[in-house]
Design a protein around this ligand. Structure first.
Ligand code: C2O
Ligand code: CU
Ligand code: CU
Length: 475
């Protein structure tokens, strides 16, 4: 049998196996070992549910606007099924893909029984495309979006943004990832673009995997319900999930998809570390190895994990240390051979500097910024286009407050009080930064893409819905 023919058969086995249960992958590994005269008995990995990976929609492949239909659907959460509210029948919604310099044409179709609108979190777009609560559409309504991709490669995301209903709709499942690519990132040869080693087929997930971590609550019938308790962790809409992986370098695009107050302190078992390469606004100025990362609602991290550091047969756990939960099991199933290394340098970032004015934002109680509850028709302040400003976020308590700004990314300068430091995952460009009790976080920000109306708000959706949100205008 020719090498090509063997490779093809292995590819077919993997493709067929993992599409159903992943168990054929184990058989493949056994037979590969058998050819080498060894027997490898896979551990008993039956306790978890296969991680769902949302379908990827590359907007560049489409000639028509891509429609996202928000509707109720019955879904399989792993151990059980129930009702959720989702985009295009999947939870999380399809992972959208676009490149810097291209444009995105999208359409929301609202099949929910209430108003909604989609906001593209992290995307630098003008006001009509931002999914501001003023742009809500009712049941049966549509909203058309069309915008150029003007920013660097990053993981952004999309979710509802109707005034006072965002928490409910996100809790019910409406959210998806939106990955931006660019030439700068492509040149690094990160795992996504790495071909599988020595003729082996790549694992079905690929070597770049989005992981949307969130909390969920269920009613007695097993349907998702809106609650703040967040009793159950899910990754990509799967309860207690596993992902079969190769002994290789992987890239995980992690999103804090929480509607709750959860601040996940993520870490890996078996002494594995994360090579942190990016966050909300794309790649960091340099890679850094960390053993844990804090992720709150709206925040993203881009990490490399090297499964070559453990033996085949190991189940590496992704843990939320503070919650005492194992949120995902990476089952090291294959050993295809991989000699790739994390990049040693990343593209540099020009620091913002010399702010021309300072604004202070106090996050008060559960519902106010600078003493004011959100009013959809009130503009609270104006920001001159192109000026670099220092924004100072502060709270006396009632945190966590993940502070999020629409329309531009910012650079974190300092944190005083509370934890008193800026963490490695807060370097580079951010659009959401975690403010804990008695902290002041200073950031530099400049709106230099569009004039128009934007939002600043707490991304803990209970706070946002109660009014911890403010309209401002770039003029
Ligand atoms: Cu992800 Cu205004 O929100
Ligand atoms: Cu946003
Ligand atoms: Cu808050």
């Amino acid at each position: 049998m020719s090498v090509d023919r063997r490779t093809f058969l292995k590819g077919a086995a993997v493709a067929a196996g993992v599409a159903v249960t992943g168990s054929t992958g184990i058989l493949l590994s056994r037979s590969a070992d058998a050819r080498r005269g060894r027997r490898w008995v896979p551990p008993d990995w039956t306790a978890r549910n296969r991680l769902f990976i949302p379908p990827v929609v590359d907007l560049a492949d489409l000639t028509e606007p891509y429609q996202l239909e928000a509707a109720a659907a019955t879904l399989n959460f792993g151990p059980s099924s129930g009702l959720a509210w989702v985009y295009n029948g999947v939870f999380p919604g399809p992972t959208l893909l676009a490149r810097k310099g291209d444009s995105a044409q999208l359409k929301l179709l609202n099949k929910l029984a209430e108003d909604t609108i989609i906001h593209w979190h992290g995307m630098v777009v003008d006001h009509p495309n931002d999914g501001h609560p003023k742009q809500i559409v009712g049941t049966g309504g549509v909203y058309d979006y069309s915008f150029p991709i003007v920013q660097r490669a990053a993981l952004n995301w999309y979710h509802p943004h109707p005034d006072m209903l965002t928490g409910e709709q996100a809790a019910m499942g409406l959210a998806g990832g939106f990955i931006l690519r660019d030439d700068e990132e492509d040149a690094l040869g990160l795992p996504a673009s790495r071909p599988p080693a020595t003729g082996f087929p790549a694992p079905a997930s690929g070597y770049e995997v989005p992981l949307v971590i969130r909390d969920s609550d269920f009613d007695n019938a097993g349907n998702l319900k809106h609650s703040e308790s967040g009793a159950i962790s899910m990754v990509n809409g799967t309860i207690d999930p596993y992902l079969p992986v190769d002994r290789a370098l992987y890239r995980f695009r992690i999103l804090g998809g929480f509607h709750t107050a959860r601040v996940a302190r993520i870490a890996l078992s078996h002494g594995l570390t994360f090579t942190l390469i990016g966050n909300d606004g794309g790649l960091l100025p340099e890679p850094v190895d960390v053993s844990e990362i804090l992720v709150s609602s709206g925040e993203r991290v881009d990490v490399l994990v090297d499964f070559r550091r453990v033996e085949r047969g190991t189940e590496v756990l992704l843990r939320d240390v503070d919650a005492g939960r194992d949120v995902l099991g990476f089952q090291v199933l294959w050993s295809f051979g991989d000699d790739s290394q994390p990049p040693e340098v990343l593209p540099s970032i020009t620091p913002l500097s010399s702010p021309v004015r300072t604004r202070t934002f106090t996050f008060d109680g559960m519902s106010r910024i600078n003493g004011l509850v959100y009013d959809i028709s009130r503009i609270d302040f104006q920001v001159p286009f192109g000026d670099t400003e220092l924004w100072s976020f502060t709270t006396g308590g009632t945190g966590p407050h993940p502070v999020h700004v629409h329309g531009a990314s910012f650079q974190v300068v300092s944190r005083t009080g509370g934890r008193g430091q800026v963490y490695p995952w807060e370097r580079g460009w951010k659009d959401t930064v975690l403010l804990l009790d008695n902290e002041t976080v200073d950031v530099l920000i400049r709106f230099d893409a569009y004039r128009g109306e934007y939002l600043i708000h707490c991304h803990r959706m209970q706070h946002e819905d109660r009014g911890m949100m403010s309209n401002f205008e770039v003029v």
